[in-house]
Design a protein around this ligand. Structure first.
Ligand code: FAD
Ligand code: GLY
Length: 372
């Protein structure tokens, strides 16, 4: 039986796309090999168009800004549908600087962000500690971005799965090994155990593994990440960490993302290691040391988990969303922003399946820009 749509990949990109497609009435099947244990499970869940805006990535910043607005609406829609919250936090990001060089670098980034019209507030070290009293006394300056959000990415993935089920998405466990083509059009996939699945449109949302199925430059960028928990004895005295805190410690970026359940996510390394997802002693050491430098009280937190995931990296750090060949839509390569971009990507996929043009902010992200 041919479905309207077949989505390959059950991370947040595939789940959000499958939900949106099914909600428009398309018969939709999602095939995944591992059960949502890709990058979407490893991620920190920052929805941070402002504090991730860097020089030379103006198109991506524009896309990320549209995405954060879409995320708020999507979270409300999912809550209405499933009665399950996604763990959205709205306190914003506090970026901090330690020494004179950090302060100068943060100042340059803040000027650049202001030139794009992004709202931030510059703070002294003392003002930063008024917002986050446990910050290291050495913090010299801060910049607050109140429009950045964060989400509990694992809770979000669970809510998406529930939304898919309510919308009638069919779930299949299997490793897709090939695309089926008839008369120049992709019309299905094959799995490693020899099964075939037919569909009018195939949506490839296989994260860092997408390039195993099509010739596109999507490559894994390893990120090691920790989950710590604030002990009750500290939490009972009041909030220990309210904002996402980011900083550069001796040239290495680190971030701490608080969760409403008392956990704190500390991330992340950025390594070109192929598909290796080993957690290394050096990676854990670096993250704990840097977290301690920013927030000394973190040494009293309990250790919950260390893991690594593969970010789907691309040559220009932007996603690949568009029709690559007749019947084949790519929704991959979301690199550091896939959680943030998932609702906007899902809407784009629905438009592509319907043969409609994408919104202006997608213009720079067509997969054909890299087709080899
Ligand atoms: P994935 O979540 O990797 O899912 C791909 C799925 O496809 C997997 O379940 C896999 O099993 C399946 N699959 C692959 N190949 C096949 C096949 N052949 N057949 C069947 N199934 C297949 N983003 C943010 O927005 N904010 C953050 O704060 C953030 N922090 C991050 C921190 C770390 C440490 C990492 C690693 C990433 C972070 N990201 C963040 C990036 C984000 O996690 C990714 O961009 C996003 O999860 C990509 O989602 P995806 O659905 O494309 O891929
Ligand atoms: N966006 C955070 C990360 O990729 O580590």
């Amino acid at each position: 039986m041919a479905r309207d749509a077949l989505v390959v990949g059950g991370g947040v990109i595939g789940l959000a796309a499958a939900y949106r497609l099914a909600a428009t009435g398309a018969s939709t099947c999602l095939i995944d090999a591992s059960g949502t244990r890709g990058a979407s499970w490893a991620a920190a869940g920052m929805l941070a168009p402002i504090s991730e805006a860097i020089f030379g990535e103006q198109d991506l910043t524009r896309l990320n800004l549209a995405a954060v607005a879409a995320f708020r609406d999507f979270a409300a829609e999912l809550l209405e549908l499933t009665s399950m919250p996604v763990g959205l936090r709205t306190e914003g990001t506090l970026a901090v600087a330690f020494d004179a060089d950090d302060k100068a670098a943060l100042g340059r980034l803040t000027d650049f962000r202001a030139s794009l019209g992004l709202q931030t507030e510059s703070l002294t070290g003392r003002q930063s500690r008024e917002l986050e009293p446990y910050l290291a006394t050495g913090v010299r300056a801060g910049v607050l971005a109140t429009d950045d959000l964060s989400v509990d990415n694992r809770q979000y993935a669970g809510v998406l799965r529930q939304a898919c089920e309510l919308a009638g998405v069919e779930f299949v466990t299997g490793q897709v090994t090939g695309l089926i083509e008839t008369s120049g059009r992709i019309c299905g996939v094959t799995t490693e155990d020899g099964r075939q699945f037919a569909a009018s449109t195939v949506v490839l949302a296989a994260g860092a593994l997408t390039a195993r199925l099509v010739d596109l430059p999507i490559e894994p960028v390893k990120g090691q990440i920790l989950r710590l928990a604030i002990p009750d004895r500290l939490r009972s005295a009041g909030p220990v960490l309210r904002h996402t805190v980011r900083g550069i410690v001796r040239g290495t970026e680190v971030y701490l993302v608080p969760r409403s359940n008392g956990e704190v996510v500390v991330g992340a390394t950025s390594e070109q290691q192929g598909f290796d997802v080993t957690v290394t002693a050096g990676g854990v050491y670096e993250l704990l040391r840097n977290a301690y430098e920013l927030l000394p009280i973190s040494s009293e937190f309990s250790f919950v988990e260390a893991r690594a995931g593969s970010r789907p990296g691309t040559p220009d750090n932007g996603p690949l969303v568009g029709e690559l060949r007749p019947g084949l839509i790519i929704a991959a390569g979301h690199y550091r922003n896939g959680i943030l971009l998932s609702p906007l990507t899902a809407t784009a996929v629905v438009r592509l399946v319907a043969g409609q043009p994408l919104a202006e902010e997608w213009k720079a992200f067509h997969p054909q820009r890299f087709a080899r």
